[in-house]
Design a protein around this ligand. Structure first.
Ligand code: ADP
Ligand code: GLC
Length: 515
């Protein structure tokens, strides 16, 4: 963009572009993301980027997705065709922009085609050895620049967004680039899905990515001597959203903020917490194409059939009365799976079975593999990423375990609710906002279960002891078939879809673009 400014001279600052939305749509949004289901997925960000644009389009927002052209994206986007060429992108010069549609909806998708940056074996962020790609600042600097160009007066497209909605550090530079390089640009919304991933890189990247030297200061993009993509988003966005109200509070405290609590307190006037929803077409036991037996809250026999099918598939004993406990997760410190490991022997002794699907930390993968070897028929571990199995586990398990140390929102606990698989969660982030504890030992607790309020089990401390007490409470209630059935129904009847949250996003967009 520096080069562009030099070339255009003062015209750069004077382009008289007006952003007005016409026609049936009330707002035009460029939804910039580094992953989106079903194109490419490593975690919940993909689920959100797949479902939220669809929910917003139902509310008449003209949402279009911008995503890097990884091989999976090039393969999965429908009707993909060249659209235009963008020039003056720092370090790379030009990139091609392609346009197509999401495979399962008519949501338009803009794809950045740059083979050297994005077309490689491995994941979107990590190489085949599980290490960060060394050129990630460049790969996502380019994503941020392209989003900024398309949202400024310099875009060659006739479609101009009113709002650019950036997600996580990978597009965090966009609001900063727009602020520094153009006077006419869209409003910027920045969603924090996980504050632990900040995109902090050596200061040399400030110049390499075309940011002005004056941006590198504590009030700007500098964070403990590094260039921070996440901080850039927080400082320069017009509105910051995080994915649950509780996490919005937590990240303003030192325990959850990875050094950014002061910054977030200072920006609290523009910080909002909106709970994620779930895609009720993809995650619905009545419609789920991954399941052998469909079911709903009134026909739970299908769930038992899924349990038997899962036990058979995973090599677990089938003639058991005990509950099948399950984990589907990235194996990272955040998720507290070491706590599950520590509690496992006690839970197995109590008669539980354990099914785990996950990948990440090689140490945890090894420990769970050993546990499964030591307990054939009782414990199953599948490492790697498997979308189909994740649905089958959600349907076949009895209790879902999510003892996260922190959890911005969490989607799996909500999938557990929708699938009649009550979750055991730690009281943190979005887990606390989406799961209500069950304790029928008190009159109030028994009435909460009857009234449809209780949905799962919640504990406070990230310790094996607290976790064990909580899972045992769940296992005890599991033996009371009538109470359990009520609990399953409570979860399955919750309104978990995106409809309500999408309206909250719309309200924020509208407020920002109000003339
Ligand atoms: P996070 O984004 O922090 O990983 P979420 O609960 O928000 O946590 O979302 C995780 C998503 O990734 C869910 O859709 C979950 O089913 C999926 N997932 C996690 N690990 C795996 C895996 N090994 N195989 C398939 N899906 C997985
Ligand atoms: C992140 C968070 C998770 C959240 C997801 C989608 O990956 O870790 O809690 O549900 O983003 O917002």
């Amino acid at each position: 963009m520096f080069a562009l400014r030099r070339q255009l001279g003062s015209r750069y600052y004077q382009t008289p572009i007006l952003y007005r939305t016409t026609g049936q749509f009330s707002v035009k949004v460029l939804f910039t993301t580094s992953e989106a289901y079903p194109l490419i997925k490593t975690g919940g960000l993909a689920d959100v980027s797949g479902a939220l644009p669809t929910a917003l389009r139902k509310l008449k927002a003209d949402v279009r997705i911008l995503i890097p052209g990884y091989p999976q994206v090039l393969k999965n986007v429908k009707n993909l065709a060249p659209l235009t060429v963008l020039h003056f992108i720092p370090q790379v010069g030009t990139v091609n922009l392609l346009q197509g549609e999401m495979p399962d909806s008519d949501t338009p998708v803009y794809v950045i085609k740059h083979p050297a940056l994005y077309e490689r074996d491995g994941g979107p962020y990590l190489d085949a050895m599980g290490q960060n790609w060394v050129d990630n600042p460049l790969r996502f600097g380019v994503l941020s620049h392209v989003a900024a160009v398309l949202s400024s007066g310099f875009s060659p497209l006739t479609w101009k967004p009113d709002v650019v909605h950036c997600n996580d550090w990978q597009s965090g530079l966009t609001p900063a680039i727009m602020k520094f390089f153009s006077t006419e640009h869209a409003k910027a919304v920045f969603s924090i899905h996980n504050l632990a991933y900040q995109g902090n890189f050596a200061d040399i990247w400030v110049g390499l990515l075309g940011l002005p030297p004056q941006s590198f200061q504590p009030e700007g993009v500098e964070f403990y001597g590094d260039l921070s993509f996440l901080k850039a988003g927080i400082v320069y966005a017009d509105s910051i959203i995080t994915v649950s109200p509780n996490y919005a509070r937590e990240i303003q405290t030192p325990a959850y903020a990875y050094g950014m609590d002061g910054l977030l307190r200072a920006q609290s006037a523009k910080l909002h917490g909106i709970l994620n929803g779930i895609d009720d077409q993809q995650w619905n036991p009545q419609l789920d194409r991954h399941l052998i037996h469909s079911y709903d809250h009134a026909h739970l026999a299908g769930k038992l059939a899924n349990k038997r099918a899962l036990q058979q598939q995973l090599g677990l004993d089938m003639n058991t009365e005990g509950p099948l406990l399950a984990v589907v997760s990235r194996m990272a410190h955040q998720k507290g799976l070491d706590i599950v490991l520590d509690a496992a022997s006690a839970l197995l002794q109590d008669g539980a079975q354990l099914a785990i699907l996950g990948s990440g930390d090689p140490g945890l993968e090894r420990e769970f593999t050993k546990l499964a070897k030591d307990h054939p028929g009782r414990v199953s571990i599948v490492t790697g990423y498997n979308e189909t199995l994740s649905h089958q586990i959600m349907a076949g398990a009895d209790i879902f375990l999510m003892p996260s140390r922190f959890e911005p929102c969490g989607l799996n606990q909500m999938y557990g609710l929708a699938y009649g698989t009550p979750p055991v969660v730690r009281r943190t982030g979005g887990l606390a906002d989406s799961v209500s504890d069950t304790d029928i030992s008190t009159v109030k607790g028994a009435s909460a279960l009857k009234k449809g309020i209780s949905t799962g089990f919640v504990f406070d401390l990230a310790t094996t002891e607290d976790f064990l007490i909580c899972v045992r409470r769940a296992m005890t209630l599991f033996q009371d078939k009538q109470a359990w059935h009520q609990l399953q129904q409570n979860g399955m009847k919750q309104e978990l879809s995106w409809t309500h949250s999408a309206k909250q996003y719309m309200a924020i967009y509208r407020k920002l673009i109000k003339p």
